[in-house]
Design a protein around this ligand. Structure first.
Ligand SMILES: NC(=O)c1ccc[n+]([C@@H]2O[C@H](COP(=O)([O-])OP(=O)(O)OC[C@H]3O[C@@H](n4cnc5c(N)ncnc54)[C@H](OP(=O)(O)O)[C@@H]3O)[C@@H](O)[C@H]2O)c1
Length: 272
């Protein structure tokens, strides 16, 4: 990116960005890309050591200010606490990346696991968009970027609660995109497909699938945000093709069945 474009980005979305879910994977890649554009970043995730290491690296590599806030966004009041930690900062960009999932048959997973999915993936972004978006709208500039998933396009057996919350993020972003555009706030839902992150590896997939590099997803998302290509970006050509197939070509029932087969192939233990 040229120095001019980085400065333009900083003027629109700086001086501070909040990255919720910043210690690894796509969140870490967002934090690195934003610091490279000269934004100060407030990093949030559960693991303090990983956040501190990233904070030190960003300060050393890019000369930006970095704050780290360790919290569990599944806990009651955590999203509000994160917004509180940003209260004395001029936040021009929220990137919400953190997510929880409960993989497997819906009824076999404890209700608490599904409720955590709801808290991290739906309640959290809602609270943060409301709390941080208000100041952006008053200032007349800013951005809200929600990282969601291809899974949010239709029901997904074996990932039912996760897919439902990912749909929530897409629809929330669409509504806010139209509502906040006249107030100078750009909104984007970035639908990622399978991406090479620690989170994807930790889900222990049993089959190989094509993976995108986190940096490629982030570059597309930040480009789409700043070119005001919202409300929804599907990152990656293959994923765009898949999204077209699932949401435009296949009947809804067939799309759900295909997602079921693909998810069980990835996660089901082979039978005896
Ligand atoms: N990777 C994929 O294949 C893929 C595909 C589609 C969509 N996505 C979406 O992309 C986003 C990021 O996924 P990823 O693969 O980069 O995940 P990841 O590697 O697991 O990273 C998730 C980040 O969120 C933080 N986090 C998770 N739960 C949290 C909690 N309860 N409270 C605070 N922070 C929390 C994690 O840090 P701590 O562990 O330190 O808390 C980490 O920094 C998610 O929204 C996901 O739905 C990913």
């Amino acid at each position: 990116m040229t120095a001019d474009r980085a400065a333009g980005f900083r003027d629109r979305y700086g001086p501070w960005a909040v990255v919720a879910g910043a210690s690894a994977g796509l969140g870490e890649a967002f934090a690195r890309a934003l610091a490279a554009r000269g934004l100060n970043v407030l990093l949030a995730a559960r693991r303090p050591a990983a956040l501190d290491a990233l904070a030190q690296a960003l300060r050393a590599e890019h000369g930006v200010e970095v704050r780290a806030r360790a919290l569990d966004l599944a806990e009651p009041g955590a999203a509000e606490a994160l917004a509180g930690a940003a209260e004395d900062l001029e936040v021009g960009l929220l990137v919400h990346v953190a997510a929880a999932s409960a993989i497997g048959p819906f009824l076999d997973r404890p209700l608490e696991a599904h409720l955590s999915v709801l808290d991290v993936n739906a309640r959290g972004p809602l609270v943060l968009c409301h709390r941080l978006g208000g100041a952006m709208a008053r200032r007349g500039r800013g951005g809200l970027l929600l990282v969601t998933s291809l899974a949010g396009g239709q029901g997904n057996p074996w990932l039912a609660s996760y897919a439902a919350t990912k749909a929530f993020e897409i629809v929330l972003a669409e509504g806010l995109w139209a509502e906040l555009a006249p107030r100078g706030v750009d909104v984007l839902a970035c639908r990622a497909g399978a991406t090479d992150t620690p989170g994807f590896a930790a889900s222990r997939p049993r089959a190989a699938v094509p993976l995108m590099a986190p940096g490629a997803v982030v570059a597309e998302a930040l480009d789409a945000l700043s070119r005001r290509r919202g409300p929804v970006l599907v990152a990656g050509r293959l994923n765009r093709l898949a999204a077209f197939l699932f949401t435009r070509l296949l009947p809804r029932r067939a799309a759900v069945r295909v997602m079921e087969r693909a998810t069980r192939r990835l996660y089901e233990e082979p039978g005896p």
